[in-house]
Write a protein that binds this ligand. Structure first.
Ligand code: ZN
Length: 238
């Protein structure tokens, strides 16, 4: 199955938090989108790998994505080496996306920056035909996505561009709240963490509102790029 967009996250819920509304919008426009989670988030303070798997499936359905897979790397301890790069390359060659979305280049959780670089490096390596991979016994062809964009999650990183996501925030918040063990829940008896605060839950909306304000829209999500953003004509900019 070829996809238009493949979004990677170090943990289930990273993609929803970073670019859920953008994905919902692209799906509504007819694009085929997939999500690859690098780990099962098994070290998360709340919940468990089993519960998060169910939550991730529900969140994917809310966003309308065509595929979601989990590479089951070790939460907290995976590294950016050949072994892990090859597993990511297999996913890129399987789904052959034009656009790859991945974690913030730098963030509070150490897996985010690591996952960001791992996916970005794998996107480059995936285009080298002499790197041989196979999946389910079949040899894979080289594939390099056209662009890699990094979404923004915990830290307030200055975006290189923003996407108008007005009309898609409800879907994003619903997809985030599908992870009911992870975020603000006043009835939860589990320990509190920075991401279980009400302020963090509210930040999903107030950041999008603030980025939207700067482009005269209601809501926006921001991304950073690794090279110049290119447009065909000046009219491509809104
Ligand atoms: Zn995360």
């Amino acid at each position: 199955m070829k996809l238009d967009i493949l979004a990677f996250g170090a943990h289930p819920d990273d993609v929803e938090l970073g670019c859920g509304a953008t994905i919902a919008k692209e799906v509504s426009l007819g694009k085929k989108v997939g999500i690859i989670d690098l780990t099962q988030g098994e070290l998360g303070t709340r919940g468990s790998a089993e519960i998060r798997k169910i939550e991730a499936t529900n969140a994917a359905a809310i966003l309308g994505v065509s595929a979601r897979e989990n590479l089951k790397f070790r939460d907290g301890f995976f590294i950016n080496d050949e072994k892990h790069q090859l597993e990511v390359i297999k996913m890129i060659r399987k789904y052959r996306p034009e656009i790859v979305l991945c974690n913030a280049i730098d963030d509070r959780h150490i897996d985010h920056g690591k996952g960001s670089k791992l996916v970005s490096d794998a996107c480059f390596l995936s285009g080298l035909r002499k790197i041989e991979t196979s999946l389910d016994g079949e040899e894979q062809e080289a594939w390099r996505p056209k662009v890699v964009y990094h979404y923004i999650q915990w830290k307030n990183i200055e975006p290189d561009f923003v996407v108008d996501v007005t009309g898609f925030m409800d879907q994003k918040v619903d997809s985030v709240m599908a992870y009911s063990t992870q975020f603000f829940d006043q009835n939860s008896k589990e320990p509190s963490t920075p991401i279980t605060s009400k302020n963090f839950l509210d930040s999903i909306t107030y950041r999008a509102q603030d980025l939207g304000r700067l482009i005269n829209k209601d809501f926006a999500e921001g991304f950073t790029v690794e090279r110049y953003l290119a447009v065909n004509t000046l009219e491509d900019l809104i």
